[in-house]
Design a protein around this ligand. Structure first.
Ligand code: NAD
Length: 509
């Protein structure tokens, strides 16, 4: 079969996703049969579709004639028997296996022999859904992203039973309707959710363990990594219940502690704090005005003298000097010695975390309370890291200094936030290549077009450098002994052979 064999498409369930999917097919000139559960739901579905195309006309993206022609290609009803003439049926009913079972058993009964049956499931097993039919070889996942008319990614999921020509025809059809397909096998989370959701979960863990505030976690990823939205804001948008369901499916599939849902995520779902849709998640909707009365960090006192220590003292000392403070860069000393100039400093700022301070420069003579980590990432972000014993007054000095440097300031405990959040995320992308599940190019396509990333994780990894990411992971793993920080074997191998990037991996190996 080929994609040209698909002219009539059925869509079952016209909610958030189904109405958008119906619009996408009709816009591309295909005939669409939309099916809902009852008349009330059908009218809601019709409303979603009509208001979406209405908005497109208002914004000048579609003429009134095009809208009328599009709507004329769509027939809506509640009788699944109408799907008998469909060449492809896409199921988009709620994410519950019992509902999907009901729909697929029926589709199997009413559909013609050559039909392709597709599910838009985000987290259920396509294989399990296919097994509900007498024709698993013609069942695929066709995973659209929200909002379907806008997001260009479609993950086409073939099971071990799907005929390759069926998967290929559906991928070609995705292209025909203006989408970019990424074809993968049936594995929990597919590409985009398997990478995105554990990263969001990791952000929740950092928040719930007091490593950083909600706003600082979000700022780290927007300002520091250039992502369109911080992880906690994104969780509120996706829905905490949806994210939790995906974490649980990943856990069931892999049983790796890095896929254990953060306790706070589970509690918030239990409490009904699901994000935007319930008016409250990590944030409250509509947004609450910021609490008044806080002293802006920039107005707090600057330290008189800062001792700058670290791997790259030039960057940090230049940034600190530009604020007008007195900067001293200590030389290494024997551990017992005391450097009187250093003792004078009110703040010891190092671009490494305290446990990794360079030998000969470790905190001595009780000055550990004056210690912070500080990193300036170009003109994007300034990070301050406290240790377990940093004095509150010292943190206030550090904040004041960081605020004068210029870019947004975030404060974390124990680890540099950007490195922590990003390296775990990038490591997961490497593992996905290592597992042979997706190619580096498909991973970047999925994250750019499905999650709105400006550049994909593989490109980001290659830009930062394999060695730097691997080094950061090794240190994080030494400190925390958690599996999410373990450098993937493929990353270690690529560093050992001096590869330029993950994109160097020969396809098929
Ligand atoms: N919302 C998202 O961001 C998103 C993104 C990608 C995939 N998905 C997946 O898409 C599917 C649908 O999600 P949604 O967010 O659109 O849900 P939704 O609740 O907005 O819509 C589901 C629709 O299905 C209808 N329905 C229920 N039972 C039915 C039946 N037996 N026959 C016909 N229609 C029936 C409901 O009336 C409702 O309109 C789920 O599998 C979900 O995992 C959702």
């Amino acid at each position: 079969m080929s994609s040209a064999d698909i002219q009539i498409v059925g869509v079952v369930g016209l909610g958030t996703m189904g109405a958008g999917i119906a619009e996408v097919f009709a816009k591309a000139g295909l005939t669409v049969i939309g099916i809902e559960i009852d008349d009330a739901a059908l009218e809601r579905g019709r409303g979603h579709l009509e208001s979406s195309v209405g908005r497109a006309v208002k914004r000048g993206r579609m003429t009134e004639e095009e809208r009328d022609a599009l709507l004329a290609r769509v027939t809506l009803g509640t009788d699944r028997g109408a799907l008998a003439e469909a060449d492809l049926v896409v199921e988009a009913v709620p994410e519950r296996l019992d509902l999907k079972r009901d729909v697929f058993t029926d589709l199997d009964r009413v559909s013609r022999p050559g039909v392709v049956l597709a599910t838009n499931t985000s987290s259920l097993s396509v294989t399990e859904i296919a097994a509900l039919t007498s024709r698993p070889e013609r069942v695929v996942g066709m995973h659209f992203f929200n909002p379907a008319p806008v997001m260009r990614l479609v993950e086409v999921v073939g099971t071990v039973l799907t005929e390759p020509e069926v998967t290929a025809a559906v991928a070609a059809l995705a292209e025909r309707i203006g989408k970019t397909p990424v074809t993968v096998g049936d594995r929990a989370g597919f590409v985009a959710n398997a990478l995105l959701v554990p990263y969001l979960n990791h952000a929740v863990r950092l928040y719930e363990t007091g490593i950083a505030t909600r706003d600082d976690i979000d700022t780290t990823m927007t300002a520091g990594a250039g992502l369109p939205m911080g992880p906690l804001t994104l969780l509120d948008l996706v829905g905490l219940d949806v994210a939790l369901a995906i974490m649980d499916v990943l856990w069931e599939e892999f049983r790796d502690p890095r896929y254990a849902a953060a306790p706070l995520l589970r509690r918030m779902v239990t409490a009904g704090l699901l994000g935007r849709k319930t008016g409250r998640g990590f944030y409250t909707y509509p947004a609450q005005p910021a609490a008044a009365g806080e002293v802006p960090a920039a107005r707090a006192a600057l330290p008189g003298r800062v001792a700058v220590i670290g791997d790259d003292t030039a960057v940090l000392s230049t940034a600190c000097r530009a604020t007008g403070v007195d900067v001293y860069v200590p030389a290494e000393v024997e551990s017992a010695e005391v450097d009187p100039e250093r003792v004078d400093a009110e703040l010891l700022a190092c671009d490494l975390v305290i446990t990794e301070w360079p030998p000969g420069l470790e905190p001595v003579a009780g000055d550990a309370r004056k210690v912070v980590g500080m990193r300036v990432s170009e003109d994007r972000l300034v990070e301050v890291v406290t240790s377990a014993v940093t004095a509150p007054g010292v943190l206030a000095h550090a904040r004041a200094l960081a605020a004068r440097v210029g870019p947004p300031v975030v404060v974390g405990r124990t680890d540099f936030l950007l490195e922590t959040l990003l390296s775990v995320h990038l490591a997961d992308a490497v593992r996905m290549v290592q597992d042979g599940y997706a190619t580096p190019a498909d991973i970047d396509t999925a994250m750019r077009l499905g999650c709105g990333y400006p550049s994909g994780p593989v490109q980001l990894l290659d830009e930062i450098g394999l060695e730097d990411v691997c080094g950061a992971l090794s240190l994080l793993h030494t400190r925390h002994a958690e599996s999410c920080y373990a450098p993937p074997a493929l990353l270690t191998e690529l560093v050992a052979v001096g590869a330029d990037g993950l994109s160097d991996v020969v396809p098929g190996r």
